[in-house]
Design a protein around this ligand. Structure first.
Ligand code: XIL
Length: 314
C-alpha cells in the first residue's frame, strides 16, 4: 500500500491537507472479510496517522453495492438477516472509530443514474432488505455514534439533474427524521468543468433543508496525453470548484480522491484518462495546485466547523 511505503506520499499529505480518507480500507470487503471478523489494522494506521498530524478522518463507506465481501454477496438473506448484518457492521465499525472518524458516508450510491432514478435494484442491501435499507442504515449509524456527522454520498447529483432531484427527495425525507446531516458530492468530473447555476441551486436547496455538503472525491481527469493547455484547463476547473465551495456556507470540505498522479483510480477505471490530481507523479505541484493556492491567498478566512449548519444534536 502506497500510503504505508512512501515517505514522500506521507510528507505531502500531512503538509498540504487537513482531512484524509481511506480509498479502500474502510469498505466492507476490507473491514469484514469474513462474517463477524473485522480487519481494523490498516484503517487504524490511517487513524493514527491522522491523529498524529492533526488531520480529520472521513469514513468511506458503510453501505454500498460495490466492494462487498464474497460471503455477503453470495448469500441468500432474509430481510431480518440482512438487517442484522447491516446493523452489526455499522455498529461495530462506527463504535471502533468513535471519536476518530468525524464524518461517515453511511450510504454510498444508492440512487440509479437513469430517470426516474429509483433506488438501484442491483444492490445486495436493496435485494435483502428492501427499499427502506437506506433509512435503516442511517438509524443504525445514528445510534452507533450520535456525535458523528452522517452523510449520504453519490455521484452525478452535484448539479441540476433528475438524479440530484432524486437524491434531494431521499435526504429531505431522512432529514425530516433527523437521520442525515450532509450530502457528499463525489465530483468525479472532467478537466474543463466549471461550477454552474445548477450547482448553486442544488447547494442552496440542501442548505434550506439544514444539510451540509462535502465535496468528497474530487478529481478532474485529462484525456491523455496531457499538455500544458489541458493542465491549464484542469487548473481552472479546480479553481472554479474551490471558489464555488467558498461561496456556499453549507459546503464544509473539499476532499480529493487522491492527490498525486502517481496513485489515482482514474487510469485504471477510465481508459485513456489520467493526470487528474494536483501533484504530479513526483509530488511536484501542478498548475492546479497553484490555482488553488491563488484562490486561498485571495479569499477571506472561512469558518471550517463541520458541525454547523445541518447538525442537530439529538
Ligand atoms: C474506487 C477506488 O479508488 C479504487 O481503488 C477501487 O478499486 C474502486 O473504488 N466512487 C466511490 C469510491 O465512492 O469508493 C470509488 O473508489 C470511486 C468511485
Amino acid at each position: 500500500m502506497l500510503f504505508l511505503d512512501d515517505k514522500a506520499y506521507q510528507d505531502t499529505l500531512k503538509r498540504q491537507f487537513n482531512i484524509c480518507v481511506g480509498e479502500n480500507v474502510f469498505k466492507m470487503e476490507s473491514l469484514q472479510p469474513y462474517r463477524g471478523s473485522f480487519a481494523f489494522a490498516q484503517p487504524d494506521k490511517l487513524g493514527e496517522f491522522a491523529q498524529a498530524n492533526h488531520m480529520r478522518l472521513r469514513g468511506h463507506t458503510l453501505v454500498w453495492h460495490s466492494q462487498n465481501p464474497w460471503w455477503l454477496t453470495h448469500g441468500h438473506w432474509t430481510r431480518e438477516e440482512g438487517l442484522k448484518i447491516m446493523e452489526e457492521h455499522i455498529t461495530t465499525v462506527m463504535r471502533h472509530f468513535k471519536g476518530k472518524v468525524y464524518a461517515w458516508d453511511v450510504v454510498n450510491e444508492a440512487v440509479s443514474d437513469a430517470a426516474p432514478c429509483d433506488l438501484r435494484p442491483d444492490n445486495i442491501w436493496f435485494k435483502a432488505v428492501g427499499p427502506d435499507f437506506v433509512q435503516k442504515a442511517f438509524e443504525y449509524a445514528r445510534r452507533a455514534d450520535p456525535e458523528a456527522v452522517l452523510y449520504y454520498n453519490d455521484f452525478g447529483a452535484e448539479g441540476a439533474s433528475p438524479k440530484s432531484d432524486a437524491v434531494y427527495k431521499l435526504v429531505k425525507d431522512l432529514k425530516a427524521k433527523h437521520l442525515v446531516d450532509g450530502v457528499g458530492w463525489q465530483s468525479h468530473f472532467q478537466a474543463g468543468w466549471k461550477a454552474d447555476a445548477g450547482n448553486v441551486a442544488n447547494a442552496e436547496r440542501l442548505a434550506k433543508l439544514g444539510l451540509q455538503i462535502s465535496i468528497t472525491e474530487l478529481d478532474f481527469p485529462i484525456t491523455m496525453p496531457s499538455t500544458a493547455e489541458k493542465l491549464a484547463a484542469q487548473a481552472e476547473s479546480y479553481r472554479s470548484m474551490l471558489r464555488f465551495c467558498l461561496s456556499q456556507p453549507n459546503i464544509k470540505a473539499m476532499v480529493m480522491w487522491g492527490f498525486t498522479d502517481r496513485s489515482s483510480w482514474i487510469p485504471i477505471f477510465f481508459k485513456g484518462q489520467g493526470d487528474a490530481l494536483i501533484f504530479d507523479r513526483d509530488y511536484k505541484p501542478k498548475p492546479a495546485y497553484f490555482a488553488l493556492e491563488d484562490v486561498l491567498m485571495h479569499s477571506a478566512p472561512v469558518h471550517t466547523s463541520t458541525k454547523e449548519p445541518g447538525r442537530e444534536v439529538p
